[in-house]
Design a protein around this ligand. Sequence first.
Ligand SMILES: [Mg+2]
Length: 233
Amino acid sequence: MKAIVFDVDGVIVDVRESYHYAIKETAEFFLGREVPLSAVKEIKYSRAINNDWDVTHEVIREFGGSADYKKLVEKFTEIYEKLKYREKQIIPTELFRELKSAGAPLGIVTGRPKEDLEFVLDRFGLREFFDATVDEDDIADKNLRKPHPFPLHLCMELLNAKEGIYVGDNGADMEMVHFYRKLYGKPMKFVHFKKVVDLDLPADFSTENEEELRKYLLQEVSRSQGAEQVFLP
Ligand SMILES: [Mg+2]
């Protein structure tokens, strides 16, 4: 059975009002001047930086400042704690329920720290749908984090699935799938969900519409069921 693995930020939840502002406000704290939100997005998306602490560090550097990384993370966390209730769920719970009842193993690969992932899963009541989650704290070696394909590989191993689809929203997600295919040589499709950020990325399927995403994923799941039946002894 084909596994479906989801990114969180920009896919399951809209973080424009939380993480994007946390980057902006943290950078402003260290720079002592205003940073336009457009500059934050430009740096995050054009350079495909997945970790938002790294994005913040890059924004500060770009604006001619500097910050101790540990202090940056502390400040960022303090600001994010106040902004995290602004996050909104994008993919409806019903879709996860439908995919589960169709028999698809569901996973998450995210750049969120464990605490923030648990917060969002509990807040929207989504924890029960996911058979495996891989967050930033699960990957101790920074070099093995997204866009490196190791987190996706780990998730697929935990799901015990040989074939999958990754649903992501940015360049780092697309690169991770590309590297996964190269390094592990297993089938993995990239679905680009661009409801929040309209980027132009090569993908097996692209949509900004939840209903189209739903149809595509359910079709893929039923197709892989059919394929398995053919090869069953
Ligand atoms: Mg994302």
